[in-house]
Structure formats: structure tokens, C-alpha cells
Design a protein around this ligand. Structure first.
Ligand SMILES: Cc1cc2nc3c(=O)[nH]c(=O)nc-3n(C[C@H](O)[C@H](O)[C@H](O)COP(=O)(O)O)c2cc1C
Length: 161
């Protein structure tokens, strides 16, 4: 089964997890990059990014190559922004008809993703099977000792479907 990891990451946490997933399973990778990237590292990111997420913006993305039929399994990674998935993910899901896939969702947030977060996320992917979800709390900052174990476990499930 061919797998894809598609993710957005402003400050590297979601990217770090994508890299760790790749240690445990083979997958193609798409990193979504907005044509106009959000500001990093200061309060501006919360104003601009928070507003963008709250208003449901779909920022234009740099070109990427995605053929839905090529994949059975899609792993989608996003930071949590204003309680929802980051706008570049919204663009990706709006621009591509994704249905009938086994979907695995992972998030990075200042806190763990809530059920409400995942419900919202799952509703836009309703034509697919959401097999598993997992969340991480700012892994770049928090050196969680069992992070690799947690990712390995997540990947084992993906490998054995
Ligand atoms: C605009 C913005 C809004 C955010 N909103 C939330 C939030 O609602 N809940 C949360 O837990 N973390 C929130 N965060 C924190 C990020 O989700 C967290 O730092 C994440 O690990 C960043 O991932 P990245 O490094 O891949 O960009 C927000 C960050 C930004 C920039």
C-alpha cells in the first residue's frame, strides 16, 4: 500500500514528527508551503495566523504534486491554530478530492488536541476512514522521553492495516 505524509509546519514541530514517522515507515512526503508564509517567532504569528484560521482562510500554496489515486493511506499533520487545523491544510483539503482513503491524523499544539478539534477535522474528511489520531505537545521544546516509542506505535498500526 502506498502511503503519503502531507503536513504543514510553521516552526518545525509538525515537521519534526513527519521526519520521525519516516524512520518507521516508507512514505512519500508533501510539505505544504503557503505562497505567502505566516510570520514566525513573535506575537504577529498569533494575530495573522489566528485570524486566518478563525476566518477559515485558504491561503494559496506553492506548487506540489499530488495524485490521490496513488495512495491508499494518507497521514496528515498539522499544528493546531485557534482550535482548528492550520489554513494550508484547509487549502489542501479543499483543492483535492480525497475519498475512500485510510487517514491518520496527527497534530502538534501548545496542548493536546481535544475531541472537539478532531471532530471538526474529521468532518471535512467524512468520505474517508479516519483510522487513528495522535497529538503531540510542542516536541521541539518538550523533550518527551517516550516520543519515539509513541510514534513507533502509531506507525506499527499504519503498517499492519
Ligand atoms: C496562530 C497560532 C494559533 C495557535 N493556536 C493554538 C491553539 O488553539 N491550541 C494549541 O494547543 N496551540 C496553538 N498554537 C500553538 C501551536 O499549535 C504549536 O506551537 C505547534 O507545535 C506549532 O507547530 P509547528 O512548529 O509545526 O508550526 C497556535 C500557534 C499559532 C502560531
Amino acid at each position: 500500500m502506498k502511503k503519503l505524509i502531507v503536513y504543514y509546519s510553521l516552526e518545525g514541530n509538525t515537521e519534526l514528527i513527519a521526519g520521525k514517522i519516516l524512520k518507521y515507515l516508507e512514505a512519500d512526503v508533501i510539505r505544504l508551503i503557503p505562497k505567502k508564509e505566516y510570520p514566525k517567532g513573535n506575537f504577529k504569528k498569533y494575530i495573522w495566523g489566528g485570524r486566518s484560521a478563525t476566518f477559515g482562510e485558504k491561503p494559496k500554496l506553492e506548487d506540489y504534486s499530488f495524485v490521490a489515486e496513488d495512495y491508499d493511506v494518507i497521514i496528515i499533520g498539522t499544528p493546531i491554530w485557534a482550535g482548528t487545523f492550520a489554513p494550508p491544510i484547509k487549502t489542501f483539503l479543499a483543492d483535492n478530492k480525497i475519498s475512500g482513503k485510510d487517514i491518520y491524523l496527527y497534530t502538534c499544539g501548545a496542548g493536546d488536541a481535544t475531541d472537539k478539534f478532531f471532530d471538526k477535522y474529521k468532518s471535512v474528511l467524512k468520505d474517508n476512514q479516519i483510522v487513528d489520531t495522535i497529538s503531540f505537545v510542542e516536541p521541539l521544546k518538550n523533550k518527551i522521553s517516550n516520543i519515539d516509542e509513541k510514534i513507533k506505535e502509531f506507525c506499527e498500526k499504519i503498517k499492519h492495516i
